[in-house]
Design a protein around this ligand. Structure first.
Ligand code: PAF
Length: 283
């Protein structure tokens, strides 16, 4: 695996690969890799001829009071793990390579960016779209991989790619969970043992929603009430949102018809965690 820091160099390498007619798979990450990331990496290795992973903790997607400085970083461990998986190139740009002094250009997907997580993290998706478009322009991948845990991110990036006529295909891979249901996230590292236990309330509330739909309950308000009560019983948990929305446009739905997304964001202590599940009346 070759580690590349500079945009010019990664462009040179990729154009060499493309001139041989090979396909490029790309997994953008912010590092501190876990099995969720690795499932994307393995899929890229399976599908594409050459796999590029990027690690860049993107300042533009963190709010002023968010955890940019504390965000966990471990480049040595990440590089080892990626090498073992068989990744071909690791791109690790410096912040001033991506955002040189005086940087002014940002990408926004209106409306979709303001829902769910966008309400409590204004500017977050603008930062995500901007960095991902820049990375797409630099790496020029044929296919790129994202996780369903960041469901809204995936919907927004797909919309961006469609509306900006990008040729890259975006693949969304299932959420990877611990044995007890906790969705993997780099932010789980912040949790104390007690908080780690309390955090199970996210996946439990989503499972409850699924089971209610399975038993014929399709009224969103009733399901949300039950989920909120369950989360409310966990003393370390503070709800940011609990919503049932259309899986494509992310607008709230009054009833689960065919398919909808149940999405939650909950503070466990100071740590904000998200999780989601597809609810289906057809299972
Ligand atoms: O999902 C993430 O880790 C980040 O939002 C991404 C897509 C790498 C952009 O910084």
């Amino acid at each position: 695996m070759k580690v590349i820091k500079k945009i010019d160099e990664v462009r040179r390498v990729i154009s060499g690969i493309k001139s041989q007619g090979k396909s490029v798979g790309f997994v953008p990450t912010m590092g501190y890799l876990h099995e969720g990331h690795l499932s994307l990496v393995r899929e890229s290795i399976r599908i594409a001829d050459v796999t590029v992973v990027s690690i860049f903790v993107n300042p533009a997607q963190f709010g002023p009071r968010e955890d940019f400085d504390e965000y966990p970083r471990d480049l040595d461990r990440d590089s080892e793990v990626l090498k073992k998986q068989g990744v071909d190139y690791l791109f690790v740009p410096e912040a001033d390579e991506i955002y040189p002094q005086g940087y002014k250009t940002y990408v926004e997907v209106h409306d979709l960016q303001d829902k769910l997580c966008g309400r409590s993290r204004p500017g977050h998706f603008r930062g995500v779209c901007t960095v991902v478009l820049k990375l797409f322009n630099i790496i020029d991948p044929d296919i790129s991989f994202f996780g369903q845990k960041d469901y809204q991110q995936a919907v927004i990036l797909k919309r961006m790619a469609k509306e900006l006529n990008l040729e890259v295909k975006i693949d969304v891979m299932p959420i990877i969970r611990e044995g007890d249901g906790l969705a993997l996230s780099s932010r789980n590292k912040y949790l104390t043992q007690e908080e780690r236990k309390a955090a199970l309330v996210l996946s439990r509330s989503l499972e409850e929603a699924k089971s209610m739909v399975g038993k014929g309950q399709t009224n969103s308000a009733t399901i949300i009430k039950e989920m909120k009560e369950m989360i409310g019983r966990e003393s370390l948990a503070k709800i940011d949102y609990v919503e049932i929305v259309d899986a494509e446009n992310l607008d709230p739905v009054a009833r689960v018809e065919k398919e909808a997304l149940a999405a939650v964001a909950v503070f466990i202590g100071k740590v904000r965690l998200i999780d989601n599940i597809i609810l289906s009346t057809e299972e």
